[in-house]
Design a protein around this ligand. Structure first.
Ligand code: SF4
Ligand code: SF4
Length: 124
């Protein structure tokens, strides 16, 4: 995915997810974003490509696609595939996945149920 496209998508993510993210500072800035340690922003391009491989009204296929296409090459996971970052709710890509999927689908103009329709929590 082209850098410009990822940049446009990041702007939508900031509007829809950073605005409600518990990790941002009260003044609206974000230390993780400034440090480059937000996994959502770090992996937005591959995550968008993983989401666009799926079309479902269930969250599970999106979770699986993220696992297969993003987590599989993530430097933060352990060799056995487990992920302490995810297990401790420090992976924003995982924590906000229903909202992330909704934003990506909206950005690319795909019909999609609201995040409320994807109520199943991300699988750890
Ligand atoms: S941690 Fe990530 S998702 Fe949360 S406000 Fe910062 S950049 Fe946005
Ligand atoms: S859940 Fe873990 S392996 Fe997957 S992207 Fe997040 S930090 Fe990386």
């Amino acid at each position: 995915m082209e850098r410009q496209e990822v940049g446009r998508l990041a702007a939508l993510i900031q509007e829809k997810i950073c605005a409600v993210c518990i990790d941002r500072n009260v003044d609206g800035t974000c230390d993780k974003e400034a440090e480059g340690t937000c996994t959502l922003m770090q992996k937005l391009g591959p995550a968008a490509e993983a989401v666009l491989k799926v079309s479902s009204d269930r969250i599970e296929p999106y979770i699986q696609s993220i696992r297969d296409n993003v987590c599989a090459t993530c430097e933060l996971r352990f060799p056995d595939g487990s992920c302490a970052v995810r297990d401790t709710d420090h992976c924003m890509l995982n924590s906000y996945l229903p909202l992330v999927v909704e934003a990506i689908e909206e950005h690319f103009g795909r019909a999609f149920p609201s995040a409320e329709g994807l109520t199943a929590p991300p699988v750890h």
